[in-house]
Design a protein around this ligand. Structure first.
Ligand code: HEC
Length: 166
């Protein structure tokens, strides 16, 4: 091939590439559709005895439970399930790390609040030292951790058939 033809082919090639680049840059991006988030189920407060009236302790407990429920139903249900039964993550289950059933009163009674707090704060590792649950210390404040633990503590008493909390 004569050198002029080669140059011409190279020139045409680069012009084409430039044109393709311009077309690519000029094409408007399709608007990104946000991931559909599953609707939150109506919160149902655990059936803790809350006497009518303004007993400060029960009001504080109710506040902690509502806050804990809000956190659990946003951050924890992916693995632990909406009702805390640990049945919401087929992958974790398939690799042998099905989260415990938080509604199992007997199993949960074996763990103290400190166990819960440490698991939450520092995460939980398997025998190889890999996280099966990530640590939450950088996500949740100590008060939020306490509230969500209060909620987990009350899960065995949850009455999921009751009326939703307004
Ligand atoms: C990536 C999945 C995943 C997420 C998200 C997750 N956990 Fe866990 N969690 C686990 C696994 C796995 C364990 C340890 C194994 C088990 O539960 O048996 C665990 C353990 C725990 C424990 C220790 C007691 C227990 O059940 O053995 C508590 C308490 C706990 N999680 C609460 C929470 C809270 C509260 C959140 C939300 C802030 C949360 N988890 C988010 C997977 C997860």
């Amino acid at each position: 091939m004569p050198p002029t033809a080669v140059r011409l082919i190279m020139l045409l090639g680069s012009v084409f590439c430039l044109a393709a680049l311009f077309v690519w840059l000029a094409t408007p991006q399709p608007p990104s559709t946000p991931m559909p988030t599953p609707p939150l189920p109506p919160l149902r407060l655990p059936a803790v005895p809350l006497p009518p009236g303004a007993d400060p302790a029960s009001v504080a407990l109710r506040g902690a439970l509502l806050n804990g429920a809000r956190i659990y139903q946003r951050l924890c249900f992916h693995c632990h399930g909406r009702q805390g039964k640990g049945d919401n993550n087929a992958y974790m289950e398939s690799v042998g790390h099905k989260p415990a059933d938080h509604t199992d009163l007997e199993a949960m009674q074996r763990l103290s609040d400190t166990d819960f707090l440490l698991a939450l704060r520092d995460g939980v590792k398997d025998t190889r030292g890999w996280f099966t649950m990530p640590p939450w210390a950088s996500v949740l404040t100590p008060t939020e951790m306490r509230d969500v633990i209060t909620y987990v503590r009350h899960l065995p008493l949850t009455d999921v058939s009751g009326p939703p909390v307004p």
